[in-house]
Design a protein around this ligand. Structure first.
Ligand SMILES: *[C@@H]1O[C@H](CO)[C@@H](O)[C@H](O)[C@H]1NC(C)=O
Ligand SMILES: *[C@@H]1O[C@H](CO)[C@@H](O)[C@H](O)[C@H]1NC(C)=O
Ligand SMILES: *[C@@H]1O[C@H](CO)[C@@H](O)[C@H](O)[C@H]1NC(C)=O
Ligand SMILES: *[C@@H]1O[C@H](CO)[C@@H](O)[C@H](O)[C@H]1NC(C)=O
Ligand SMILES: *[C@@H]1O[C@H](CO)[C@@H](O)[C@H](O)[C@H]1NC(C)=O
Ligand SMILES: *[C@@H]1O[C@H](CO)[C@@H](O)[C@H](O)[C@H]1NC(C)=O
Ligand SMILES: *[C@@H]1O[C@H](CO)[C@@H](O)[C@H](O)[C@H]1NC(C)=O
Ligand SMILES: *[C@@H]1O[C@H](CO)[C@@H](O)[C@H](O)[C@H]1NC(C)=O
Ligand SMILES: *[C@@H]1O[C@H](CO)[C@@H](O)[C@H](O)[C@H]1NC(C)=O
Ligand SMILES: *[C@@H]1O[C@H](CO)[C@@H](O)[C@H](O)[C@H]1NC(C)=O
Ligand SMILES: *[C@@H]1O[C@H](CO)[C@@H](O)[C@H](O)[C@H]1NC(C)=O
Ligand SMILES: *[C@@H]1O[C@H](CO)[C@@H](O)[C@H](O)[C@H]1NC(C)=O
Length: 414
């Protein structure tokens, strides 16, 4: 999907025109299912496509690919319990439905099976189909995951062989979520683990972890310039120095991102934009921007997955952020150090930040909205405390002097 903004027509505001260009991108499906107490019981985010072959009236076989299951509904998805299990049901397009079933035992949960149904009655998707009926394929999965761990698979998983080939990637799923909080502990698929061993973990290129005992005397990160293009040139720009701060098992690791060895990609849509960085140590560091109230943008989401010095994978995500807020058509700028708290264990320090995720014209930043107000107020707090303390000392001192004089006059009168 590619969107173009047309010049404002007098009186009609801005007009957004979106064209669907096949195979440009796939959309992630996302479900955050809640139980009767509004606590999250199942979380899933994934991408998928299906290649279906069917017999035509002319006795040949045709193949179609179903990707981009946009405008999906999730009717019938349930949290489940010990007896019934959990279920994701997705309906999309012209009569497609997809179901994943989960069951649970004491310490694990199971992705039991996946079913997919399609209706060859739909002659636009399945032209000249010989049989016009609903077909259902059922694939056993039987994947066991520890309770309170989120299953992750960025690699491509393939199910089915004959008439329907199913591809899944960028999968994050956790059923039977404990206490309403999606886990940050990942259970990787074997395919992702293999890529862990393929990616060389070279501790020499990583700054050594900052010992917790000595204060971090870390130099500032270098400023990197990142941009994303669509068919019409540059659509997202950012320049900033980035410092990642990971706390795991009480060990703080501070990593400066070196722009020279960091790759970037992304995508631009009318309501969201993505900037993704990666390097030998960082699988992905995603900045997701969104539009709010049709007139402002902000940083809504950060997702990260990276290798730490000890070779373990650290990952976390937060899609409920609110940073870098500025009017659409302008850029956001902050030269001071700013901290983005993604989770208790992960924060990003930014330096000399300038970012424009929407409405970039001719590859140049528009006028900037600066971050001053907040930090100036924060700067005033210690000043106010200092003034109050000073005042208190003076009051105490004066009281003391008065008291002393009184007692002295007391002595003299004796
Ligand atoms: C692409 O950008 C140029 C320059 O801003 C503009 O003139 C043109 O209309 C844009 N094309 C589309 C299809 O929006
Ligand atoms: C759950 O959320 C809905 C809508 O936000 C609200 O109407 C309902 O009262 C909530 N229920 C509980 C048990 O908090
Ligand atoms: C389906 O998804 C797989 C995995 O991402 C990709 O390799 C393939 O090209 C996709 N097929 C189509 C037709 O988009
Ligand atoms: C079409 O596919 C069916 C089932 O996959 C197969 O039995 C049949 O031989 C194929 N027909 C042709 C013409 O390839
Ligand atoms: C799903 O539920 C919504 C309302 O909750 C309804 O409008 C929609 O028609 C349902 N879709 C299907 C495929 O049943
Ligand atoms: C579980 O299934 C039984 C029988 O099918 C049904 O009566 C019960 O309501 C279900 N429980 C839940 C929580 O859906
Ligand atoms: C196929 O579509 C026709 C008309 O749209 C409808 O009458 C018929 O019931 C459909 N058949 C199936 C199997 O969905
Ligand atoms: C969930 O809460 C219970 C009781 O508050 C606690 O014992 C348990 O450890 C919690 N589980 C997780 C995974 O946080
Ligand atoms: C993006 O587009 C600009 C100008 O349109 C071009 O100079 C630049 O090389 C492009 N970048 C990439 C990564 O394609
Ligand atoms: C890193 O995070 C820890 C814990 O939140 C904090 O104490 C420390 O000051 C941070 N260091 C930097 C350089 O941001
Ligand atoms: C990045 O490259 C520039 C120019 O090639 C160089 O001056 C700089 O030292 C490099 N930075 C790092 C951290 O390697
Ligand atoms: C970033 O990811 C791409 C595609 O996954 C990969 O080809 C590239 O080598 C990665 N960049 C670095 C610096 O590791």
């Amino acid at each position: 999907m590619v969107c173009f903004r047309l010049s404002p027509v007098p009186g009609s505001g801005l007009l957004l025109l979106c064209l669907l260009l096949g195979a440009v991108s796939s959309y992630a499906l996302e479900l955050n299912l809640q139980d009767s107490k509004n606590a999250t019981c199942l979380y899933a985010k994934w991408q998928m496509n299906f290649t279906i072959s069917y017999e035509t009236t002319s006795k040949s076989n045709k193949t179609v690919t179903i990707s981009d299951p946009s405008s999906a509904t999730y009717n019938g998805s349930i949290c489940g319990d010990h007896q019934n299990g959990s279920k994701i049901e997705v309906q999309f397009g012209s009569g497609f439905s997809w179901t994943a079933k989960f069951t649970k035992d004491v310490s694990t949960y199971l992705i039991e099976s996946i079913s997919f149904s399609y209706n060859t009655n739909d002659s636009t998707t399945f032209p000249d189909a010989k049989k016009k009926e609903i077909f259902t394929v059922h694939e056993p999965v039987a994947l066991k995951i520890p309770l309170d761990e989120i299953f992750r698979c960025n690699s491509i998983l393939t199910l089915g062989m004959k008439d329907v080939v199913q591809h899944y990637w960028a999968v994050h799923v956790q059923a039977f979520v404990q206490n309403g909080t999606v886990s940050t502990k990942e259970f990787l698929c074997n395919e992702d683990k293999t890529s862990t061993t393929v990616v060389p973990i070279t501790p020499t290129t990583l700054p050594s972890p900052t010992p917790t005992t000595t204060p971090a005397q870390k130099e500032k990160p270098e400023i990197g310039s990142y941009s994303v293009n669509n068919t019409n040139g540059t659509c997202l720009m950012a320049s900033m120095g980035l410092q990642l701060n990971v706390t795991q098992d009480k060990v703080v690791t501070v990593i400066n991102i070196n722009p020279n060895t960091t790759d970037f990609t992304g995508s631009c849509h009318s309501q969201t934009a993505l900037l993704r960085l990666n390097s030998s140590n960082i699988n992905y560091l995603d900045f997701v921007f969104a539009v709010k109230n049709e007139n402002r943008f902000y940083l809504k989401e950060v997702n990260v997955s990276m290798y730490l010095v000890n070779g373990s994978v650290f990952s976390t995500a937060n899609n409920n952020l609110s940073y870098w807020d500025a009017p659409l058509g302008s850029s956001y700028m902050c030269n001071k150090e700013q901290t983005i708290s993604v989770s208790g264990a992960f924060q990003i320090n930014t330096f000399y930040l300038r970012v424009q995720p929407f409405n970039v014209k001719e590859g140049k930043y528009s006028t900037a909205e600066e971050c001053s107000v907040d930090s100036d107020l924060n700067f005033l707090i210690p000043v106010a405390v200092g003034v109050a303390l000073g005042f208190l000392i003076i009051v105490v001192f004066i009281s003391y002097m008065i008291g002393r004089r009184k007692s002295r006059t007391g002595y003299q009168s004796v």
